[in-house]
Design a protein around this ligand. Structure first.
Ligand code: KET
Length: 458
């Protein structure tokens, strides 16, 4: 091992260097006159010295496992087979399996470049025109809560960053509350709440017997949680299952949440992507708002505007009064400032310009319908190939009942491993495939892979 020279700071008030060298682990008391560092109420005296050590400061840093979703893309890149197919991450591809920049985005970017916009810092809460556009899109521009000033909106670092700020808010202002998350859910939800020190537990959601919603289990678990818990809900196109409650079921979920004085917390990462309609996909959120409930919503424009790398989204908190909304917003800003100071401007301008111009807005909606339509087509084609090729009579119709970018195939870990190792189909180990990364041309191959993995691997 290489020998490094390291500068070491040791809490060592009155000890001689010799005694330190002799017994580095010795705990030493110290008097006030030596104190020069205050940390969490404890006083430390710092002695800096250069010593030669034979190990890295980072010996104690263990290797992190690859990310269950983004790690799949890394593995895909390393595969040299021509057959390989990346159905891991939820990112839209064209029929040619190429990344897609929406035409409306290209158009707006050109206008922005010509307009010569500056690169000054945004305010902590983000671009005002974006914040207005995003709340309007989510809730409907004529929603009374907007007119009454009851929505606190802060631009965030896409869906993930917006969830993370909301989690920090929960940790600070509701330290005794926990968050209920669906089982299963998007893998990063657990990381987000863990890292924000917010306790969470799961509510039942998916029923493997019906490959559908375990509605009774869901309602029972939400009822059983302590009053005033946060309930994380996927606004539409539940990830990873692709199974959403029906409008009637949403009403009942809202009933229970209201009865229990819980606080709904919506993750809206797929507005417009599930059905092709922005309004239809905002149904659940708007229903809860209409009932007068206070709630959180984290939004993302990664998928519906294809702005994955721009990191554009928002945290919205619908409050019961405008006065509460002002206070909540001030605290969201206070949380954001030491985390990332203020958000990036480029994506915010794209969203604001697209939504703010009637022609561009309709162009966006058309393109979104095309993207959602392409996903529906491959879903249908995959189903047809499965029933044509699978002679066992297995019912694959659940694939058609699921919506959004994903299909939850029901393949277990060993079967998912077979998909990757034998067929070069990259997917998450929970059996989720991203249909947005599939083409019509590849459906038959994928059906063969699924049938082989399902029937020949236990
Ligand atoms: N919520 C959900 C439900 C979600 O699926 C994603 C992303 C996000 C939030 C965050 O996306 P962002 O790009 O931060 O706005 N999901 C896909 C990508 C990822 O895992 O980061 C995925 O599930 O493949």
């Amino acid at each position: 091992m290489a020998s490094n020279v390291a500068s070491v700071a040791i809490s060592a008030p009155s000890a001689s260097l010799a005694s330190l060298r002799g017994n580095p682990k010795q705990r030493i008391g110290f008097g006030k006159k030596h104190a020069d560092l205050l940390f969490k109420g404890k006083v430390f005296t710092r002695v800096s010295m250069a010593v030669t050590v034979n190990s890295s400061h980072f010996e104690g840093v263990t290797m992190a496992p690859p990310d269950p979703i983004l790690g799949v893309s890394e593995a895909f890149k390393a595969d040299t087979s021509d057959l390989k197919l990346n159905l891991g991450v939820g990112a839209y591809r064209t029929e040619e399996l190429q990344p897609y920049v929406l035409n409306v985005v290209k158009k707006v970017e050109k206008l922005m470049l010509e307009g010569g916009e500056n690169k000054e810092y945004l305010p902590i809460e983000g671009l005002a025109a974006f914040n207005k556009a995003t709340a309007d899109l989510l809730l409907g521009a004529d929603n009374p809560v907007i007119k009454e000033g009851r929505v606190a909106t802060v631009q965030g670092l896409s869906g993930t960053g917006s969830l993370r700020v909301a989690a920090a808010f929960i940790q600070r202002y509701f330290p005794d509350s926990k968050v209920l998350i669906s089982s299963p859910t998007w893998g990063n939800h657990r990381n987000i709440f863990n890292d924000a020190s917010v306790p969470w537990s799961e509510y039942r959601y998916y029923d493997p017997r019906t490959v559908g919603l375990d509605f009774d289990g869901m309602v029972t678990d939400i009822k059983a949680a302590p009053d005033g818990s946060f309930v994380l809900l996927h606004g539409c196109a539940h990830n990873p299952t692709g199974i959403d409650p029906t409008p009637e079921q949403w009403e009942k979920i809202a009933d229970v949440i209201q009865e229990k004085n819980h606080i709904p917390f919506f993750d809206v990462a797929y507005q417009g992507f599930a059905s092709g309609s922005l309004d239809e996909d905002a149904f659940s959120v708007r229903l809860f708002v209409k009932r007068g409930m206070e709630l959180f919503v984290a939004q993302s424009y990664s998928k519906n505007l294809g702005l994955y790398a721009e990191r554009i989204g928002a945290t919205n908190v619908v409050c019961s009064s405008s006065e509460a909304a002002v206070r909540v917003k001030s605290q969201l800003k206070r949380l954001a400032r030491p985390m990332y100071s203020n958000p990036p401007v480029h994506g915010a301008r794209i969203v604001a310009n697209v939504v703010g111009d009637p022609n561009l807005f309709s162009e966006w909606k058309e393109e979104m319908e095309i993207m959602a339509g392409r996903i529906k087509n491959v879903r249908q084609r995959l189903y047809e190939n499965l029933i044509q090729k699978d002679k066992t009579g297995k019912d694959w119709s659940f694939i058609l009942k699921q919506i959004g970018m994903f299909s939850y195939t029901g393949l277990n870990k060993a079967q998912s491993d077979n998909m990757t190792n034998k067929w070069h189909v990259y997917m998450t180990k929970d059996g989720r495939i991203s249909l947005a990364g599939l083409s019509l041309a590849k459906c038959e191959y994928l059906a063969d892979a699924i049938i082989d993995s399902f029937h020949n691997v236990s």
